[in-house]
Design a protein around this ligand. Structure first.
Ligand SMILES: CC(C)(COP(=O)(O)OP(=O)(O)OC[C@H]1O[C@@H](n2cnc3c(N)ncnc32)[C@H](O)[C@@H]1OP(=O)(O)O)[C@@H](O)C(=O)NCCC(=O)NCCS
Length: 162
């Protein structure tokens, strides 16, 4: 597990694009352009104290985890949102766990954030189990808060102390 470099962005984007276009695991419906990825990388990640870690298998980026602001208002400064995606043919082999293990260790070490949140679009039993295993507690579910591919989607809020 390592911090992403600019050269990793196309591989990261390819993984994320799959989930945007084919699944409801992310509520984004449009792919992030290379420029948007670069701006994110150069802004919140390079300068804003956020993180993008990648997992590499045999020299290929096969998963990533990123942090971002939880909500825009200032009182949320000490909360952070986590998003994790493993390439669809590489799930279930511990990569997501390795990414979360490393990221949570870093977040706990630097003490900038007090709470971590993961927002899980339902149904996603793998992600629910995954977050529970990593110490996240289910704090509530919003019903039909999302709408993608012609149907309403519930979204579960998971919280972990840092
Ligand atoms: C959710 C996600 C990030 C988890 O990452 P992952 O790499 O699949 O997770 P892990 O392999 O660390 O753990 C998942 C399961 O694999 C098992 N596992 C871990 N290492 C393993 C190995 N070497 N061999 C076989 N199984 C293994 C774990 O025990 C775990 O099973 P359990 O939950 O029944 O205990 C990943 O499945 C994913 O990207 N899913 C699609 C996108 C998504 O839903 N992202 C989250 C949005 S909220």
């Amino acid at each position: 597990m390592r911090h992403a470099a600019a050269g990793d962005l196309p591989a990261v984007a390819a993984i994320y694009t799959h989930y945007v276009l084919r699944t409801t695991t992310t509520f984004n419906t449009e792919v992030r352009t290379p420029r948007q990825w670069r701006e994110r990388f150069e802004g919140p990640i390079a300068r804003g104290g956020h993180r993008l870690l990648v997992a590499e298998v045999a020299g290929e980026v096969t998963g990533f985890v990123e942090t971002q602001r939880f909500r825009p208002k200032a009182a949320y400064d000490r909360s952070v949102e986590l998003s994790v995606y493993v390439a669809p043919d590489a799930t279930g082999h511990g990569l997501g766990g390795a990414l979360y293990g490393e990221l949570l260790r870093q977040l706990e070490d630097d003490q900038r954030f007090h709470r971590a949140y993961a927002i899980v679009a339902l149904p996603n039993p793998t992600s629910v189990r995954f977050h529970e295993r990593w110490g996240f507690v289910h704090r509530g579910t919003l019903t039909q808060a999302g709408h993608k591919f012609g149907r309403y989607l519930d979204v579960a809020y998971f919280e972990r102390a840092l």
